[in-house]
Design a protein. Structure first.
Lengths: 309, 237
């Protein structure tokens, strides 16, 4: 029997605090090749964790190892890593190509022009490469920064909120690019506060809430758990009492309440069932649905459920 | 190192910064011309005290270098672009040293030309005196640069702290408390100037030539090492 491959990143009991504020608390996980999504609401500690994983910030306790080596104060390791921070700041006076070229030089590349051409083609920005970066849109800046991150062909990519500012077309391109890079055997860690974004890309998910690792593992198992949680939906319709009596008969509905303002509040433990059955019930009863509003579909409530669960 | 050096040259060559430095560098020349044409011609000692020591070495040179040196890292920290450099597989000294050299490259010519013209006007073209003043001014630039580049890494208030240092330490205390001169870049530069042309400049209560050379080397290397250490240990934004 073969021994399991060593993790590319090992985060072991890592904590980080700033004065009395604990940003990350005793987090332990391994990252293996493929795409890993670091998911959590804003302020959950994702960026602090990523910064410790890249060596940009020190840990207060615990250890981070990348390719078996301590990542902090270990510049040679960056030959194998590509890191894109969440900040969109660029050297505005530089043309896109100059930036990628500088990154290639900093990484000691030999065939610089070849590497720069390849990286810029990957992000599909050849047409804009000779423009100063201050003239770029947010999405273009992100893509040119990604080109700078990819120019030395790293084995490990760590990307903090990489889809920020990207328009829908750019998102599709970006997702395809990451999938291609992962299929080539690279390890990619990307953070996001948007569930669907990670769902489409990541094989494995790390859920961070209040600086703690709330859940980790294969995405679909976590998603299934989410679908079983208590879920409130507010419905505004032409016949609140009629819809309430029909909905109470559904096996997935735990409670129904008609608000004094005419809204129907449904509590269910099966989101998918409610999504499918509600329009059917309305149609059968000749009821017009004016508004269907999930009351606790925010990412924070999802994380809250997972943590409490 | 070339990539960091050329990046820093471009970052620090802003139009307004260069205009301010030109105005500052022109001041000692202007004062020298006025003093020369004044009805009460100054003695060499008086000229040295007012123009070369207080103004050039103690004010203009540090102000010009502060405007450049403090920004070498502070701009990157403020703009959050420093990670582009620290996430590269290069030792930290290869980031600090080119930033320091770029600071000297930009500030050096302004201060050197100012020192050269000021001394040329004041000493009527005496080559040795002109060389002594210009060389010591350039060394002063290098020392101030090492201090202010480090300061830009340590504090987000580098300009304010640098101004306090220039006014209080180099300008006030070192002029009154002679012991402080051993810890004053201004007096290292003056000590070098005296050593390079003892014929022209009177010896006084200054740092000796030998001590000035040794202290210059210690200060330059010391701040360089402190900056490298800081960059290795800091949390990069």
């Amino acid at each position: 029997m073969m021994a399991p491959a060593a993790p590319v990143i090992r985060v072991d009991g890592v904590s980080r605090w700033f004065g009395s504020v604990v940003a990350v608390s005793d987090v332990t996980f391994d990252v293996t090749p493929g795409i890993t999504g670091l998911l959590g609401p804003n302020g959950a500690g994702k960026t602090t964790l990523l910064r410790m994983m890249t060596g940009l910030a020190d840990v207060s306790s615990g250890s981070v190892k990348v390719f078996g080596q301590s990542v902090r104060d270990n510049p040679p390791l960056y030959q194998r890593m590509g890191v894109m921070s969440e900040h969109e700041s660029v050297y505005g006076f530089m043309k896109g190509r100059e930036f990628v070229r500088m990154m290639a030089k900093l990484h000691g590349m030999e065939r610089i022009d070849e590497a720069v051409d390849r990286a810029i083609d990957l992000v599909d920005l050849a047409d804009a490469q000779h423009r100063p970066m201050r003239t770029y849109s947010r999405g273009m800046r992100q893509r040119m920064r990604l080109a700078g991150t990819l120019v030395h062909d790293p084995e490990l990519l760590i990307l903090d909120e990489p889809l920020n500012g990207a328009d829908p077309r750019q998102r599709v391109h970006f997702k395809r690019l990451l999938q291609k890079l992962a299929a080539e055997g690279r390890t990619i860690v990307l953070s996001s506060h948007i569930l669907e974004e990670v769902e489409e890309l990541a094989d494995t998910v790390l859920l961070i809430v209040n600086g703690k690792l709330a859940a980790s593992g294969e995405f679909h198992a976590i998603r299934a758990a989410l679908n079983q949680r208590a879920y409130h939906v507010k419905v505004v319709c032409s016949d609140p009492r009629g819809l309430a009596s029909a909905a109470v008969g559904l096996s997935s509905v735990d409670a129904v309440h008609v608000d004094p303002d005419g809204g129907v509040l449904i509590l269910s433990r099966n989101v998918l069932d409610v999504q499918v059955e509600l329009p059917r019930l309305a149609q059968a009863g000749g009821i017009s649905l004016r508004r269907v509003e999930p009351l606790d579909d925010s990412l924070e409530s999802v994380f809250g459920y997972l943590v409490e669960g | 190192m070339g990539a960091v050096y050329s990046l820093t040259l471009r970052q620090l060559s802003g139009k307004w910064r260069l205009v301010i430095m030109t105005v500052l560098a022109a001041l000692p020349v202007l004062i020298a011309v006025l003093m020369l044409h004044s009805a009460h011609a100054s003695s060499v000692k008086n000229f040295e005290d007012v123009v070369l020591s207080t103004m050039l070495a103690g004010s203009i040179a540090p102000l010009v270098v502060l405007a450049i040196g403090a920004a070498a890292f502070a701009n990157e920290v403020e703009d959050r672009t420093l990670a582009n450099l620290t996430l590269a597989p290069i030792p930290r000294w290869k980031i600090v040293l080119p930033k320091l050299l770029a600071t000297i490259t930009i500030a050096g010519p302004f201060v050197a030309v100012s020192a050269l013209l000021t001394s040329y006007v004041a000493f009527l073209g005496d080559a040795r005196a002109v060389l002594a003043v210009t060389m010591s001014a350039l060394v002063g630039v290098a020392l101030y640069a090492s201090a202010f580049v480090w300061l830009g890494l340590v504090s987000t208030q580098a300009i304010g702290l640098g101004l306090l240092y220039i006014v209080l330490w180099e300008g006030f205390f070192s002029g009154f408390v002679s012991g402080i001169r051993l810890l004053s870049i201004r007096y290292y530069a003056i000590g070098l100037m005296h050593g390079l042309d003892p014929r022209r400049f009177a010896t006084g209560n200054n740092v000796s030539f030998g001590a000035a050379i040794a202290l210059c080397a210690v200060v330059f290397a010391g701040f360089l090492l402190l900056a490298v250490r800081r960059l290795r240990r800091m949390d990069v934004p």
